[in-house]
Design a protein around this ligand. Structure first.
Ligand code: CP
Length: 336
């Protein structure tokens, strides 16, 4: 694909070579993300960061990624701080805000809304999550993490064995990840969820059509038994009609160190897009896993900065200029 000026709305836009290009650029961003060097390659550019649903990682890491490339960030968070609350349409909002920005990231509770916004925007738009539909940058950082974690163990993505656990119906991160895995070969996927929160049938069919082995289970212990990656997700309470309805499922699948030790292979990597629900009635990934070296959730979140820097560099066509506009940092940067 031609990244320059492109909207990033769905994983469906990507071919396998495009993924390799994103990951190659993401690798090259490490000195900047680790604060060994600074670059001013996007000096003067403005990111419009528009988040109409709660977010910590996606919002802040998109902003940090843009800042690390030398650009500035203007944020709108929540409908109440936007003129959408006064009845302004997505079309008008897009026409106006794209006059103030060079690229826009947007999260919105309705499926398809970011594409609708992008159609009216005069600058590239990146989907930061639209309802239950997609979260493409999350899938890219998830796969980037999977690739890195497997490489450390002498493995590659083709042939991957992965369990996706939890709310597979409403979880947009796993929807995008399934689409992304269709670009690879011979993937074994175990989908662990209550039947009511199963992966949408069309995504299961898509994976099977790609030649992947897809198993469906309600049994966590069975599902995590022979996998390289155990990818847990949160019950997406905000998508249910009531908290009581979500409560029926909360805490159904809990992974802790004792279960990990008993049922997982010794090197199984634990991932989660985060936030993990750490309330007592959920506790989907127990804090007693925090010192488990195979818990990759914070490495995964860190990788979001690299991947989002890569997307900006490619969309704004500066990937080959980043180093030329760089120097060493002035400050102590001994982060652990
Ligand atoms: N993974 C993810 O989308 O996290 P946030 O909701 O905090 O952005």
């Amino acid at each position: 694909m031609d990244f320059t000026g492109a909207h990033i709305l769905s994983i469906k836009q990507f071919e396998r070579a495009d993924i390799e290009r994103v990951f190659q650029v993401a690798d090259s961003m490490e000195p900047y993300a680790l604060r060994r060097r600074v670059t001013r390659v996007l000096e003067g550019a403005i990111l419009g960061n528009m988040f109409f649903e709660p977010s910590t990682r996606t919002r802040v890491s998109f902003g940090a990624a843009f800042n690390l490339l030398g650009g500035e960030v203007r944020e709108t968070t929540g409908f109440q701080s936007s003129a959408i609350a006064k009845g302004e349409s997505l079309y008008d909002t897009a026409r106006v805000l794209s006059g103030y920005s060079d690229v826009i990231c947007m999260r919105h509770p309705e499926s398809g809304s970011v594409a609708e916004f992008a159609a009216a925007s005069r600058v590239p738009v990146v989907n930061g999550g639209d309802g239950t539909n997609e979260h493409p940058s999350q899938a890219l950082l998830d796969l980037y993490t999977i690739r890195k974690e497997l490489a450390d163990k002498g493995r590659q993505v083709d042939g991957l064995r992965i369990a996706m656990i939890g709310d597979l119906k409403y979880g947009r991160t796993v929807h995008s990840l399934c689409k992304l895995l269709c670009l690879f070969q011979n993937i074994h996927v175990t989908l662990v969820s209550p039947p009511e929160l199963a992966m949408p049938a069309e995504l299961v069919e898509e994976m099977r059509a790609a030649g992947h082995d897809v198993q469906i289970s309600e049994d966590l212990m069975h599902g995590i038994g022979h996998v390289d990656i155990a990818y847990a997700t949160r019950i997406q309470e905000e998508r249910f009609s009531s908290k009581q309805e979500a409560d029926q499922y909360r805490g159904r699948f809990r992974l802790n160190q004792a279960i990990y030790t008993q049922y997982c292979e010794p090197n199984t990597v634990i991932m989660h897009p985060l936030p993990r629900d750490s309330r007592a009635d959920a506790n989907e990934l127990d804090n007693d896993l925090n010192l488990n070296p195979n818990l990759a959730i914070f490495r995964q979140a860190d990788n979001g900065v690299l991947v989002r820097m890569a997307l900006f560099a490619l969309i704004l066509n500066v990937a080959d200029q980043v180093d030329r506009h760089s120097r060493e940092v002035n400050w102590y940067s001994g982060r652990r």
